[in-house]
Design a protein around this ligand. Structure first.
Ligand SMILES: Cc1cc2nc3c(=O)[nH]c(=O)nc-3n(C[C@H](O)[C@H](O)[C@H](O)COP(=O)(O)OP(=O)(O)OC[C@H]3O[C@@H](n4cnc5c(N)ncnc54)[C@H](O)[C@@H]3O)c2cc1C
Length: 437
């Protein structure tokens, strides 16, 4: 039994481990240290390119819940994190060198893992392959992926708008209306008076911006032409936003019948409308600044952010158009894609993809059917988003409570507890029924 894994980052390392521990012969290709990405600095596996935090470990937080599920599946990345843990309060913070050394030594010590330090430029056709080359996939491999998946299914940068939790919005100040009258339930509108608009505009202009990584600065001109950050638009003049994403035309306030001075539109992120994204609000504001400035929007005073806005270099595929929730490519079931490349966002999420692809590649070569994780678990909810969200508006996603569906009408303060307890119960039952080691 043989599987090729391309990329020795968070996802690829996890995938290789999951296969090797089940007796599969793995060939793991990693181009570093011979060829570095613009963000990596070492030749070690699972290098953390930026922060050394793996986010919350509180299980009543989506990131904590994801970690719990990964631990139950014997994740290598979680074991490395425990080994390299530093004091970090609620967050799981690690010594980055100890962390990637642990992963590197574990993989090197496994006899059935063959490590080849080489850039792969073509995806092998006739074998079971896991591609986990991350947000900075080398250009030649990206071209090969375009050939396999279709040119239109690969993106090279993120322009993420913030996503807020529906429960944290003040609906008394908001109203549903579609500018074109097609489907009034498809947009939630936050009206602004003239005074509110200019206060917001001034705050946006003066807010602190994250400058990005050096390699991203060189590419900014290209990003901005396609999709301007909201603060950059504001810099073009006080009226630009009012004639751009904040235009009120076609959106009269049902209470007054008149068009407000400006309107911020929010689009539901899922059918259950548990989360909304701020339309056109891709941004490079620092995270505390996003909280401060975007909470000035009427109705968003207490907004809870499920994902923050960003504009950065990120290669990812339009997963819902081409992927199954098993992380197999629809028209090529022996090809798996995992990690940031498949549209998850974040270290632990990347490890999750690697784990699922590794497990499913093992099942495939063992003559069994790859598994779909239950949607009420954190892993299942993320994979459901990857495979079934709207391909046209698809953007990478981190673990968050807003991804959960099928929530009965229960009191707001009990919802999170209900979602997490249900996830744990269904995960445990499912794992038991799966009978995998
Ligand atoms: C600059 C930057 C900062 C980030 N900061 C954070 C953060 O602070 N916190 C967070 O949670 N997430 C962060 N992310 C997002 C994401 O979690 C990380 O990128 C994460 O490393 C993704 O894991 P991965 O396994 O998908 O990719 P990676 O960890 O990048 O692994 C991909 C591997 O594939 C190799 N590779 C690429 N092309 C080839 C090829 N053709 N042949 C062979 N090998 C190849 C690369 O060298 C690399 O080792 C950041 C992303 C970027 C780009």
């Amino acid at each position: 039994m043989k599987v090729t894994v391309i990329g020795g980052g968070l996802a690829g390392s996890e995938a290789a481990y999951q296969l090797a521990k089940r007796g599969v012969h793995v060939t793991l290709f990693e181009m570093r240290p011979g060829k570095l990405t613009p963000a990596h600095r070492t030749g070690k596996f699972a290098e953390l390119v930026c922060s050394n935090s793996l986010k919350s470990r509180d299980i009543y937080n989506a990131h904590g819940l994801l970690k719990l599920e990964l631990e139950k599946l014997d994740s290598l990345i979680m074991r490395a994190a425990k080994f390299a843990e530093l004091p970090g309060g609620k967050a799981l913070v690690v010594d980055r060198d100890k962390f990637s050394t642990f992963v590197t030594e574990t993989l090197t010590s496994l006899k059935n893992v063959k490590i080849i330090r080489e850039e792969i430029t073509e995806i092998p056709a006739d074998e079971v392959v896991i591609v986990a080359t991350g947000p900075l996939t080398s250009d030649r491999l990206a071209e090969s992926l375009q050939k396999v998946l279709g040119v239109e299914h690969l993106s090279f940068f993120d322009a993420l708008s913030p996503i807020v939790d529906a429960e944290s919005l003040n609906f008394e100040k908001l109203y549903f209306k579609d500018r074109h009258g097609w489907d009034d339930s498809s947009y939630l509108n936050a009206p602004m008076t003239e005074e509110e608009y200019y206060r917001f505009y001034e705050a946006l202009l003066n807010a602190e911006v994250y400058m990005g990584h050096d390699f991203e600065k060189e590419e900014k001109v290209r990003y901005f032409e396609g999709c301007l950050p909201i603060e950059e638009m504001a810099r073009r003049g006080p009226e630009t936003l009012r004639y751009g994403p904040l235009r009120a035309s076609g959106l009269p306030d049902p209470e007054t019948g008149k068009e407000p001075y400006a309107v911020v539109q929010l689009r539901p992120e899922n059918q259950e409308k548990t989360a909304y994204s701020l339309v056109g609000f891709q941004t490079q504001l620092k995270i505390p600044e996003q909280r401060r400035v975007f909470r000035m929007i009427p109705g968003l005073e207490n907004a809870r952010f499920l994902r923050y806005g960003a504009v950065h270099r990120n290669t990812f595929i339009k997963a819902p158009a081409v992927m199954l929730p098993t992380l197999q490519v629809k028209n090529r079931p022996n090809l798996f894609i995992a990690g940031q490349l498949v549209g998850t966002e974040g270290y632990v999420e990347a490890a999750m993809g690697g784990l699922v692809a590794g497990l499913n590649a093992f099942l495939l070569i063992s003559g069994k059917s790859p598994v779909v994780f239950p949607v009420n678990t954190m892993i299942g909810a993320l994979l459901d988003y990857i495979a079934h969200s709207d391909p046209e508006h698809f953007q990478p996603m981190n673990a968050n409570i807003g991804l959960f569906k099928n929530i009965p009408p229960i009191r707001r303060k009990n919802r999170r507890e209900f979602i997490v307890n249900r996830a744990i119960k269904e995960f445990d039952e499912w794992l038991k029924s799966l009978k995998i080691s």
